[in-house]
Ligand binder design. Sequence first.
Ligand code: PAF
Length: 256
Amino acid sequence: MKIIRTTEGLQAYRKTLDDSVGFVPTMGALHAGHCALIEAAKARHQHVVVSIFVNPKQFNQAKDLECYPRTESDDQQLLETLGISALFLPSVTALYCEDDHYVVDELLLSQDRCGAARAGHFRGVLTVVLKLLNLVQANAAYFGEKDYQQFELIQGMASALFLNTRIESVPTVREADGLAMSSRNRRLTKAQRMLAAKLYPCLRNSESDDAARSSLSHAGFSVDYVTSAKGRRFGAVRVGAASDEIRLIDNVRIKI
Ligand code: PAF
C-alpha cells in the first residue's frame, strides 16, 4: 500500500495506473461500513485508492470537529490487511491553499433534512469531494447509504458537472442490534449506546413519520427530523447534553 500525502504525489501516482480505479473517500476512524465500501470497490476495480481526511469545512460546530475520532495508525494497519493500492492522507493545507475561496453549492436538496440542521455542511462535503474526485480521477467512487442525502448530492454534483467518475452507493452495515455503523458511535457512553440501538427499529417499524417521531422522543432522543421520500424514511436524532451532544442519522426502506 503506497502512502501519499501531497496532491502532486497523488496526481503522479494516478498517471502510473492504467487499469480501472475505484475510490473510497473517508474521514478515518474506519469500521466495517468502510470495509464494505472497500470490498465493493475491490470487486470491480484492479486498483483501490482510499483517502483519509477529516475535512474541517464540513463541521458546523467546532466541538464536533475537535471530538471527531482520529485513529490514524489503527486505520493504516487495517487498510494494509485489505489489500488496497494507495492511501491518500493529505494535510488541510494540501487541499485548501491559503487564498482558496472556491466552494460547490447545491441550492435545493442541501437545504433540507441534515442541511437544515447543519448550515454549510453539504457545501463543505461537496467542495472536498469534488477536489478529491478531480485528484483521483477514479472510474467509480463509493459512498455508504447511511449518509443517503450525501450520496444523492454527490451523485447530483457528478451529473451536473459532467464528472468522469461514476458515483455508487453501498448498503448500510449494522451492528448486531441494528445500529448503523458510524465513526461517531465510538463517542457514545454505555447508556447512550443502548438508546442509540432504538433509532433503527423506530424508523423501520413505525406506521408513519409522526409515529416514528413520537416513539423516538418517548425513547429519550432529541429528534431533529423524521421524514419520508422516494421510498425511504430518514431520521436524525441527538443524544447527550447540548455541550457534548452526538448526532445520529439513519434511513430505512419503507413501503409506499
Ligand atoms: O462520509 C464521509 O466520511 C465524508 O463526508 C466524506 C464523503 C469523506 C467527505 O469528507
